[in-house]
Design a protein around this ligand. Structure first.
Ligand code: ARG
Length: 261
C-alpha cells in the first residue's frame, strides 16, 4: 500500500512536470510567433506597366524595376513603413487589376483624368506632365495638332495620348499595347507621328537620334491610383508623399532621373 502510494505520487509529479514544460513551450511558441507577425511590415502591392522609361522600366540584365516612379514608391513605402512589392502588369490591365484586388495601388505615370476618377481614387498629384508629338527628325511637315488632321498616329492603347489622337479630325489611330512599340512605328516609317508623354519622348529621342518631339500639347498631372473605398491607404500615401516632399527626398529622386544639363 505504502509502496503503491509512493509510485502514484511520483507518477503525478512526472505528469505535473511535463504539463508545466508543455505550457512553457506553448507560451514560447506564442511569444515567438507574435513577435514575428508584429515585426513583419504590411505589404504594399503596387501595379505598374514597366514599359515607360524613365518612369518605369525593367533592367535588361537584372530584371529589376527601375525609374522615377519606382524610386518614388519605394520612398513612399519607407515613409509609410510598408514593404513595397511591384507587380508588372500590361498598361490596359492596370485599372481592372486594381479593382479586382491584384494590387493595392498603381504607379505608372498615370494621368489623373475625369474618366479614371469615375473608377478609382488618385493621390495628390506627384508629377506635372504633358503629351507631345513625336516625328522623324527630318520631318518638318508636322508641328502642331492641326498638322495631324487625316494622318496616321501611333499611341499606347488607352492612354491620354490615345485620347488626344482620337479627337483629331480624320486621324487614323494605331494603338499599341507597349509604349515603345508606338514610338518604334514612327522610326519604321509606318506612321508619321506618335503622341506620347513628354519625358518618355525625351528619353527615347535621346537614345535614337532619328526622332524628335515638339511643344507640349496638353497639361496633365500624374497620380497614384487607389481603390475608391480604401481611404486609409489614400491617407497613408498622401501623408508619405507630403513627408518626402518636405524632407527633400522627392527633389533628390527628381534630380536623379531629370538632371538639369
Ligand atoms: N500618362 C499617360 C496616361 O496616363 C500614359 C501613361 C502610360 N504609362 C505606362 N507605364 N505605360 O494615360
Amino acid at each position: 500500500m505504502h509502496v503503491s502510494c509512493e509510485i502514484m505520487r511520483e507518477g503525478l509529479w512526472v505528469v505535473k512536470k511535463s504539463l508545466s514544460m508543455l505550457f512553457v513551450c506553448m507560451a514560447l511558441i506564442l511569444a515567438i510567433g507574435s513577435t514575428a507577425v508584429m515585426g513583419a511590415k504590411p505589404v504594399l502591392k503596387v501595379g505598374t506597366s514597366a514599359d515607360f522609361p524613365p518612369f518605369e522600366f525593367q533592367d535588361e540584365k537584372t530584371g529589376a524595376y527601375l525609374g522615377f516612379d519606382m524610386d518614388l514608391i519605394h520612398a513612399i513605402g519607407k515613409a509609410a513603413d510598408m514593404e513595397v512589392q511591384i507587380v508588372n502588369t500590361a498598361w490596359d490591365g492596370l485599372i481592372p487589376g486594381l479593382l479586382t484586388g491584384n494590387f493595392d495601388c498603381i504607379i505608372s505615370a498615370m494621368t489623373i483624368t475625369e474618366e479614371r476618377l469615375k473608377a478609382v481614387a488618385f493621390s495628390d498629384p506627384y508629377f506635372a506632365a504633358s503629351q507631345v508629338i513625336v516625328t522623324k527628325t527630318d520631318d518638318s511637315s508636322i508641328k502642331t495638332v492641326e498638322d495631324l488632321k487625316g494622318k496616321q498616329i501611333s499611341v499606347q492603347i488607352g492612354t491620354t495620348g490615345d485620347l488626344e489622337a482620337s479627337e483629331i479630325e480624320g486621324a487614323i489611330v494605331k494603338r499599341f499595347n507597349l509604349a515603345p512599340d508606338a514610338i518604334q512605328e514612327v522610326r519604321n516609317g509606318s506612321v508619321p507621328a506618335c503622341i506620347i508623354d513628354l519625358a518618355v519622348a525625351e528619353a527615347i529621342s535621346e537614345q535614337y537620334k532619328d526622332i524628335k518631339f515638339g511643344e507640349p500639347i496638353t497639361s496633365e498631372d500624374y497620380g497614384i491610383a487607389i481603390r475608391k473605398g480604401n481611404k486609409e491607404l489614400l491617407e497613408k500615401i498622401n501623408d508619405a508623399l507630403a513627408s518626402i516632399k518636405a524632407s527633400g527626398e522627392y527633389d533628390k529622386i527628381f534630380a536623379d532621373w531629370f538632371p538639369i544639363d
